[in-house]
Design a protein around this ligand. Structure first.
Ligand SMILES: *[C@@H]1O[C@H](CO)[C@@H](O)[C@H](O)[C@H]1NC(C)=O
Ligand SMILES: *[C@@H]1O[C@H](CO)[C@@H](O)[C@H](O)[C@H]1NC(C)=O
Ligand SMILES: *[C@@H]1O[C@H](CO)[C@@H](O)[C@H](O)[C@H]1NC(C)=O
Ligand SMILES: *[C@@H]1O[C@H](CO)[C@@H](O)[C@H](O)[C@H]1NC(C)=O
Ligand SMILES: *[C@@H]1O[C@H](CO)[C@@H](O)[C@H](O)[C@H]1NC(C)=O
Ligand SMILES: *[C@@H]1O[C@H](CO)[C@@H](O)[C@H](O)[C@H]1NC(C)=O
Length: 707
């Protein structure tokens, strides 16, 4: 039990004076933030289970816990007074790492990782400058490097129990830092371009603290502040958020909503800069959704975020579920790359957009996009042991080698495709950590005022929630590898469970007719399947017994689906993109420490294969097995799902290479003398290099035999 004296608000007098003085005589009650329609759960509430727990543990036990032991950017970070973590004058490595390591530590309740992140967080807070600035202060206009650190603070703050001393320390430090931001802006310190492009990450964090100040609950030590003080502070923070919004880039007006500005092909020909930069675009997808809480028209703000994602995918979309950006937007050619930072930032932006959707139906496209990224681009862009990654991943490629001097990507260096510790640039080495934790955190949402729990994306997980009188819900499944899922629930009071059906199951027409294959049992009795705005909606009656029960069981079918696009034919099973296995092999080029190394990845199987027309193509049965300890093993033998297919060989003349990569996917071509071959198809995430976009072979008579 903390003594009251210790827990008393310890803001420095100086800080309170700085923060409150100019508005002491100001306006009445501050405006309220609009709540998001769905509430996210605080960090650590949603827990991974099954294969997702295996992934999370693999990540935690690999680079996430080892980087501070050997990688100078974090081991000797300038945030703790060291000489590193200042590449190009930016100090982002340690903040990036904490933004992922903090939620992962709480989701796993991993004592070693918890102790490690606590040491960094406390060490950094103890070095806070007298004026409130956090982190190394080498460039007064570098607001940006602090954003991921503040995001880590938000997650840490919400994850620890309300009586924890560190909660107060974080709260105080964050508010003090915001006053330093305010003070710099008042002095007209330049808000540099990274800071302006990514301003809504900081605004999101400010809103978190405003919510705390404005919440009526008197359960937290912060509430020892008087009501008037809280009101003044939240008004002050909202003004700062507004100022940041105005200083920040108007992503809709200047870019996503401006047809004469936004590039409809690779940005190679344009003046490259803040607007064309891939990671900026990924972060900017949240712009409208974040501002929807404070701006006047939440629906219009949400629509801007939705449009941002749609236009990115329309002109730059890739079979991995994310858009291309080999530093800058790179068009739809499947051989152009996507930076790993774009993958993880897109995932988090979309999670925030989904919560802000004005109705359930409008969340569907956003959740489909999140799911596709999480099950394809994310595992496909990190080695299955979580010790290496390429800076750029590709939908179509046949090698990932060091020093590719003749390369197809436009703006990154010759190591950008190589799997390694920090190929091309170090940002993704520290930023990839947030991918899985943010995905896990956003599998469920709730709408307490309506007594609803929303199961947004299927993946094995567990949650204790407030609805249902404090229900516990386990989602037991091996999805996306399996064909069933169970909700094992203990709910002292009734609750409404809304289950989003993935896109392939919402289809009522077409060859797969997903919905027709779905069977649902409610409390053990098979029930009629009805979709309400793309969701299954069930009122789960209170459960009086101490042991939970299978409240809902679902079973479905998933066939191989073909989708024709302007850039080739795509294959999938459920949300998993299928790619041609190229028999990849890797050779170690350089060892750093522990298992961290750079790799030369090449392939042993011919990549030039086309899909025969649909009346000829033959897929074997889908072979499934339990995901095991390496769910997305990048090996043919280790992957939980494989399919055989009959592929047609095509010649190098038909499909040439371009700068060490497959050229554009040829249009359906008449081919003579085709050789057919049974080849394995694997999920995208089970490969390091692959062919994901196929040409279609238009067979000439006489070629229709399979060998
Ligand atoms: C950190 O800095 C110390 C002192 O300069 C040096 O001895 C050590 O090798 C550095 N550690 C790493 C991981 O670079
Ligand atoms: C739209 O883009 C054009 C071309 O880049 C630019 O000149 C114009 O200022 C932009 N419009 C807005 C509202 O920013
Ligand atoms: C926002 O959209 C929702 C659902 O589409 C609608 O019910 C609501 O009235 C809209 N709000 C405003 C302010 O237009
Ligand atoms: C990279 O490749 C170029 C051209 O093949 C070669 O000259 C250079 O030595 C290579 N660099 C390294 C570090 O291997
Ligand atoms: C969920 O709640 C139960 C009952 O209070 C508790 O025993 C369990 O530790 C909680 N689990 C998590 C992951 O919070
Ligand atoms: C794929 O086809 C090959 C050759 O017909 C066969 O040996 C193999 O068992 C098949 N694998 C699967 C997963 O169907």
């Amino acid at each position: 039990m903390l003594s009251r004296a210790v827990s008393i608000w310890v803001l420095s007098a100086l800080f309170l004076v700085t923060l409150l003085a100019p508005i002491a005589a100001a306006s009445p009650a501050p405006p309220k933030l609009h709540p998001t329609r769905w509430q996210r759960f605080r960090t650590g509430t949603v827990r991974p289970r099954g294969w997702l727990l295996q992934q999370a543990k693999r990540q935690a036990n690999a680079l996430t816990s080892h980087l501070p032991l050997f990688w100078k950017e974090i081991a000797n970070t300038s945030w703790l007074g060291g000489g590193a973590d200042n590449v190009g004058g930016i100090h982002e490595s340690t903040p990036y790492w904490l933004n992922g390591a903090v939620p992962l530590a709480f989701q796993l309740e991993d004592p070693k990782l918890l102790a490690l992140v606590e040491r960094y967080i406390i060490g950094i807070l103890d070095r806070q400058a007298a004026d409130g600035w956090l982190g190394p202060d080498t460039d007064p206009s570098d607001f940006w490097s602090r954003y991921p650190f503040i995001l880590a603070l938000v997650q840490y703050h919400e994850a620890v129990s309300s009586s924890a001393l560190i909660r107060k320390k974080i709260f105080q430090a964050a508010l003090h830092f915001f006053s330093a931001v305010e003070e710099r802006l008042a002095r007209r310190v330049e808000f540099n371009s990274w800071s302006a492009a990514r301003a809504h990450d900081l605004i999101w964090a400010i809103h978190y603290f405003v919510d705390i100040l404005q919440s009526g609950a008197n359960t937290d030590a912060h509430m020892e502040l008087g009501e008037r003080t809280r009101s003044l502070l939240s008004e002050r923070l909202l003004r700062l958020a507004e100022q940041l919004h105005v200083l920040g880039i108007d992503w809709h007006g200047t870019w996503f909503g401006n047809a004469s500005a936004f590039p409809q092909a690779a940005a190679d020909h344009m003046e490259l800069g803040t607007l064309t930069h891939g990671v900026n675009n990924a972060q900017a997808v949240k712009h409208g959704a974040v501002w929807a809480r404070q701006g006047l028209d939440g629906n219009a703000s949400f629509a801007q975020s939705l449009q941002a994602w749609e236009i990115l995918m329309q002109y730059h979309g890739q079979p991995s579920g994310v858009f291309s950006a080999d530093e800058h937007l790179a068009g739809r050619l499947p051989s152009r790359g996507t930076e790993l930072c774009v993958v993880v930032e897109s995932l988090w932006s979309l999670a925030l957009v989904a919560q802000a959707s004005p109705d359930d139906h409008q969340s569907l496209d956003v959740l489909d996009a999140m799911e596709s990224i999480a099950f394809n681009a994310l595992p496909g862009g990190i080695s299955s042991d979580f010790w290496s990654h390429p800076y750029l991943q590709f939908a179509n490629s046949f090698q990932a080698r060091p020093n590719e001097t003749d390369h197809i990507w436009a703006n990154d260096g010759p190591d950008a495709a190589m799997y390694g510790l920090a190929p091309n640039y170090e940002c993704c080495t520290s930023n990839f950590h947030q991918g899985y934790p943010k995905f896990i955190a956003n599998l469920f949402f709730e709408a307490p005022s309506r007594g609803e729990l929303i199961s947004a994306i299927w993946a094995p997980s567990f949650i204790n929630c407030s609805v249902g009188g404090g229900a516990s819900v386990e989602l037991r499944t091996d999805y996306p590898f399996s064909l069933n899922a169970e909700y094992i629930i203990h709910n002292p009071e009734a609750l409404r469970l809304k289950i989003r059906l993935p896109e392939f199951l919402r289809q009522v027409a077409g060859p797969t007719r997903g919905l027709a294959t779905l069977k649902v049992w409610l409390e053990g009795r098979e029930t009629i399947v009805e979709l309400v705005d793309g969701f299954l909606v069930y009122d789960i009656p209170a459960w009086p017994l101490p042991e939970p029960r299978v409240a809902i069981r679902l079973e479905w079918a998933a066939l191989v689906q073909q989708t024709a696009t302007s850039d080739g034919v795509l294959l999938s099973v459920g949300p998993l993109r299928l790619v041609a296995d190229l028999g990849e092999q890797r050779v170690e080029m350089r060892r750093y420490a522990f298992e961290a190394a750079d790799w030369d990845t090449t392939t042993t199987l011919e990549w030039r294969r086309a899909l025969p027309p649909s009346e000829v193509i033959a897929f074997g049965p889908i072979a499934r097995r339990l995901p095991g300890a390496t769910p997305f093993a990048h090996t043919t033998g280790g992957c939980p799902l494989v399919v055989n297919a009959t592929l047609a060989s095509i010649s190098p003349v038909t499909w040439p290479t371009v700068h060490g990569a497959p050229g554009p996917v040829p249009l359906p071509v008449a081919v003579h003398g085709v050789v057919f071959e049974r080849r394995l198809l694997l999920p995208y995430g089970c490969t390091s290099v692959r062919i994901a976009a196929f040409p279609e072979a238009d067979l000439v008579d006489g070629d229709r035999m399979v060998v």
